[in-house]
Ligand binder design. Structure first.
Ligand code: NAD
Length: 486
């Protein structure tokens, strides 16, 4: 029986490259049925706030696999990116991007004889991609960076499984835990917890800036790399550059129930409708999808035909030898079809299954899943950070804050842009009109959430309070960072 998947052709060059890829699938006798779903810019324009019809959502949720072309999110209408929303609402928590040197695609590395074969797994739901942002004053914007233990564990375990299946020997965690000790620190701690379950893989970590430097100088040192969302986004585009650009960058968004396969590039409005777009990235994404669906023989046949075609110097206008003919999208797909059954001289298709998941179309939950890793953790409120809008000097802020104190709290410090300015600080620290005032309970006492909000309400008599953040302790571990200089 044929497996059925949902297909969204997308906007701009989307329909052209999707038609080319599906034609190659058909010629390779891929046993899939497709249900085309209504999704993309025209559905935003028609008033669907999520950019898709209810029927499309239902179809994707029941089939479990979406193969999608790039989509445009209308600008200035206050709607969120359909691409990001789709990944988040369906919990496609792991974004896998495979990067390898391709014969016929010249790069500084291929010219130097250095072969690249690495995979980035990027966390796909959390981090600043929650898009939770606020202006606290006219001058001060803040974003919440959400990193969770269950979310980190899910994507890191996926990365370890993927690395093992691909036959990799090592896996690295990229991070910035030296600066973001709680958020990146939690991701890194989870990485090493999970690493204990995979003694066959050499697990290391690397600070993300050092990682970028080493990737551009020695990409052959790396195999699997797992990163948080924003850092993973940047590092994976860097890797796309190493192997020839976004035209060769496939992407798989993997979840336990729904997975989305798409190219990394956008709708390329500048060349849309001209039949000149390069379908390689979408084809590589489709090949990943075939492996995910267990159609590994089809995947290998098509990948070898593509590699053979590239090796022969056949190219679209965006890459390759500019002195030779640039094939259009249709012709390029025709060449791949004509080369089905052929093998490149080196660097043929990988035989590994790659993926740990297969779609679970029969699983229809009746409630949202909630994960709490330790329901018995002992929580204690230690105090609060209260953020206020003020243009007073640090000592004046402290005086004013003290005037509202009860014996439940002590004034600990004032910071501005994360740098302590009271009780000690430097006159050279430049300030903006928003400060954080930290209050802690005296040692040996107990405070409640209500005490914190009573304090905030008292402060509201003398300041504009912008936000309140609890200072918590979990078991014996402080759940807040210290200010620079504290
Ligand atoms: P883009 O990737 O569409 O284009 C950047 C440049 O690369 C352009 O010069 C384009 O012609 C070229 N290019 C991209 N894909 C190509 C291909 N397959 N063949 C040949 N050349 C190609 O990026 P952009 O211009 O910043 O974005 C355009 C639109 O795409 C925006 O609306 C954006 O929101 C959307 N977008 C969607 C996705 C997605 O669906 N996942 C991803 C990125 C951007």
């Amino acid at each position: 029986m044929k497996t059925k998947i949902a297909v969204a052709k997308g906007d701009g060059i989307g329909p052209e490259i999707m038609d080319a890829v599906l034609r190659i699938f058909e010629a390779a006798e891929v046993q899939l049925d497709y249900e085309v779903v209504e999704m993309g810019k025209s559905y935003f324009d028609a008033g669907h706030s999520t950019g898709m019809t209810a029927k499309a959502k239902e179809t994707i949720e029941s089939l479990g696999v979406l193969f999608k072309g790039p989509m445009e999110t209308p600008k200035g209408k206050g709607v969120k990116s359909i691409n990001v929303t789709a990944r988040k609402v369906w919990n496609t928590y792991a974004n896998q991007r495979d990067f390898r040197s391709l014969n016929g695609v010249n790069t500084v590395f291929s010219n130097a004889g250095i072969q690249i074969n690495l995979t980035i797994v990027r966390e796909n739901i959390e981090d600043t991609y929650g898009g939770i942002e606020h202006m606290l004053t006219n001058d001060v914007a803040v974003a919440r960076r959400i990193i969770t233990r269950p979310g980190s564990a899910q994507v890191i375990r996926y990365a370890f499984e993927m690395a093992r299946r691909k036959g990799y020997k090592k896996i690295a965690c990229g991070h910035k835990a030296n600066i973001m000790k709680l958020t990146d620190g939690l991701f890194l701690e989870t990485f090493y917890e999970i690493a204990k379950e995979y003694p066959d893989l050499q697990a290391t970590d690397i600070i993300v800036d050092d990682l970028c430097m080493k990737l551009v100088s020695h990409p052959e040192w790396f195999q699997a790399i797992v990163l948080t969302n924003l850092q993973g986004d940047i590092v994976s585009d860097l890797c796309a550059g190493l192997v020839g650009g976004l035209g060769f960058a496939p992407s798989a968004n993997i979840g336990d129930n729904i997975s989305i396969f798409e190219a990394v590039h956008g709708t390329a409005p500048d060349i849309a409708g001209r039949n000149i777009a390069n379908p390689t990235a979408l084809l590589l994404s489709g090949i990943s999808m075939l492996r995910y669906l267990g159609l590994t023989a089809n995947a290998a046949t098509i990948e070898n035909a593509l590699l053979y075609t590239l090796e022969k110097g056949i190219h679209t206008g965006d890459f390759g030898d500019k002195t030779t003919k640039a094939y259009n999208t249709t012709e390029f797909a025709d060449c791949i079809i004509a080369n089905l059954g052929k093998h490149p001289s080196t660097g043929g298709a990988f035989s590994q299954p790659n993926f740990i998941c297969t779609p679970n179309a029969d699983f229809h939950p009746d409630r949202n899943k909630i994960t709490v890793t330790d329901p018995n953790v002992k929580e204690e409120i230690m105090g609060a950070d209260i953020f206020v809008e003020t243009s007073l000097q640090p000592a004046e802020i402290a005086e004013k804050a003290k005037s509202q104190l009860t014996d439940k709290f002590e004034l600990v410090m004032v910071s501005n842009r994360g740098t302590q300015v009271w009780p000690t600080g430097s006159i050279y620290t430049e300030l903006v009109d928003q400060s954080r005032i930290r209050f802690e309970k005296p040692e040996g006492t107990e405070i409640t959430q209500k005490d914190v909000f009573t304090l905030a309400s008292q402060l509201a008599d003398v300041f504009k309070v912008c936000s309140v953040e609890m200072l918590m302790k979990f078991n014996d571990k402080l759940g807040y960072s210290l200010a620079q200089g504290q």
